[in-house]
Design a protein around this ligand. Structure first.
Ligand code: G6P
Length: 368
């Protein structure tokens, strides 16, 4: 057991540390020598791609949260209408599917029954299906029309970390690939985003090296029973995943809220010393995020900001700031989640919990 943890005390920590390598591998497997994305094995030619009118991204748990970033990438870069839906809900929602619909199934294990059932439903309705999975030859990989593998390597800890970040990377590559075929993106912009993606592994590494600071923040919040994660736009999807991690491994009751919704109800929950993680990576939304931070601060919250290094003014309003390296805002979700995975890990450890095998949870759920 110890050997497979490669000297790490837990699989979760090992897997968080393996993210630079997993992301690099996921990129390298699909880039040619000119840094062009290769998805040629995918059975979609230009006319198929031009005819896609909508995309459904279907998954459970962390994979669903990766799908939220996927929706952002597909709409923003490829310009195709995309929705993310929870697999167990999808079948009962009368989805709008026809032969011009692409359904993307995201699953680390490739065995989650709810996701598999959604895949079968989508196929029966005539959609083209595409799986994003980490396990070669898994049920979802075998049954989908097309597969893109993540190259995270085996994920053992119940709470998913490296599978999530590699799934998000695949979504960005897919969005770029579709945008290129649809002639929706300039060559310069395409190369710029690919270069930014290639720079991610080193940036993730540098975040991991700030672990001690994150552990100190974990010490400050470890005895709280409630907490909140706030974000707007892309940052809201990061908040959703960060909150799930905290619930899964640290058993802290946390919720993710869209910052703009604060005033419509959530703010009633803010009281003295409640931790609020405010994720603010998007330049165009930064001022709005600052004013949300001020609102919760004024009600006594203990605010932990997460932003890019140049946004120093956040230090004036937040109690603690986790700075992530400068990156194009478009892909900042891939880096911003990493310190929050570490935060959940350390709160769990400080509470003396079984971080790799949280109570009541299974790595892969093959029942409905
Ligand atoms: C279980 C795990 C989660 C995971 C979800 C989906 O609930 O505990 O960590 O995100 O299944 O798993 P999948 O293998 O389909 O990504």
């Amino acid at each position: 057991d110890q050997a497979t943890k490669a000297g790490y005390p837990h699989f979760m920590l090992k897997e968080i540390h393996e993210q630079p390598q997993g992301i690099r591998e996921t990129l390298n497997r699909r880039l040619d020598e000119n840094n062009q994305i290769m998805f040629d094995d995918i059975n979609l030619d230009k006319s198929n791609i031009d005819s896609i009118t909508n995309i459904y991204i279907i998954a459970c748990g962390t994979a669903y949260n990766a799908g939220l970033q996927g929706k952002f990438a597909l709409q923003k870069i490829a310009g195709i209408k995309a929705d993310a839906d929870i697999a167990s809900e999808f079948r009962y929602s009368d989805p709008f599917i026809d032969e011009n619909t692409l359904v993307i199934l995201v699953s680390q294990s490739g065995e989650t029954l709810d996701t598999l059932a959604a895949l079968r439903e989508a196929k029966s309705k005539g959609a083209t299906t595409l799986a994003i999975t980490n396990v070669i030859g898994s049920s979802i990989a075998r049954e989908a029309d097309n597969v893109i593998y993540t190259w995270a390597g085996p994920e053992i800890a119940v709470a998913s970390t490296k599978a999530y970040t590699t799934q998000v990377v695949v979504f960005y590559m897919l969005a770029l690939y579709l945008a290129d075929i649809k002639e929706n993106i300039s060559k310069e912009n395409y190369s710029h985003i690919v270069d930014e993606l290639l720079a991610i592994p080193d940036k993730v590494q540098s975040i991991i090296e700030t672990e001690e600071k994150i552990k100190k923040i974990a010490e400050k919040i470890k005895d709280n029973t409630n907490g909140f994660f706030l974000g707007r736009g892309l940052d809201y999807s990061i908040a959703t995943e960060a909150s799930l991690k905290m619930k899964e491994v640290a058993y802290m009751h946390t919720e993710a809220f869209a910052s703009g919704e604060l005033k419509h109800g959530t703010i009633a929950l803010i009281e003295e010393n409640v931790p609020v993680v405010a994720i603010a990576t998007q330049d165009n939304l930064f001022e709005k995020s600052l004013s949300n931070i001020k609102e919760v601060k004024a009600r006594g919250a203990y605010v932990i900001g997460v932003t890019q290094i140049s946004n120093r003014t956040i230090e004036e309003v937040a109690d603690e700031v986790i700075f992530i390296p400068e990156t194009d805002d478009l892909i900042a979700g891939i880096t911003a989640i990493v310190p929050l995975q570490l935060l959940a890990y350390y709160v769990s450890i400080l509470r003396g919990l079984d971080v790799d095998k949280p109570r009541n949870l299974a790595k892969s759920v093959t029942v409905e």
